[in-house]
Unconditional design. Sequence first.
Length: 215
Amino acid sequence: MQTRAAQAEATKARIRDAAIAIHRAQLWQGFTLDDVARRAGVTVQTVLRVYGSKEALRHLAIEAAAARGRQRSAPGDIAAAVAVLFDDYDQIGDQVIQLLADEPGQPDFPDMTIGRREHRRWNEAVFAPFLAPLDGAAREALLLRLIVATDVYVWKLLLRDFHLGRAEAEALVVQMIAANIQGSKHVEDSVGVLGRRRQPAAEPGDRAGADFARP
């Protein structure tokens, strides 16, 4: 009985690993039960008996990718954090971009909130010394700006779309992060000025509009 149970677990693990590997290489295109079964060395019937459906394997693969975790650099070291980030995106960035592009058109798409939650936690950890002095809305505002500056789409724009070298792209992201951190104390004032500048010019006799538009 123990031997049989061990064999069943080994088969399940091979199928899981095969699905994850195929998904990593091909995303949804070409992701078939035949491919999974062939890579795992089992039959399609065995795959279905163990996991139930192709959709179950797709969910498993995306959850494994999202929850795999990212290395964390020493807290407060911006350059090291960006280097770790780019190492990660060099491995999975193109896959994540494709997954995000596919997400809206598939009602049964696996939940992507795992990856977003992990990205937030990573930012909280590596930039902790800059977030610690802040609280409430100020802390959240800085954290959101850091999350945006380190988003996979920034990596894609710089390396894939603008064709920058990695060193130049990393330097730009470091500069963006540093600027956000340095400007964190002045965010509310900056937003207020921006809001006033975006207001339409006051009509003659419109006292309230004139007062609001005054710098």
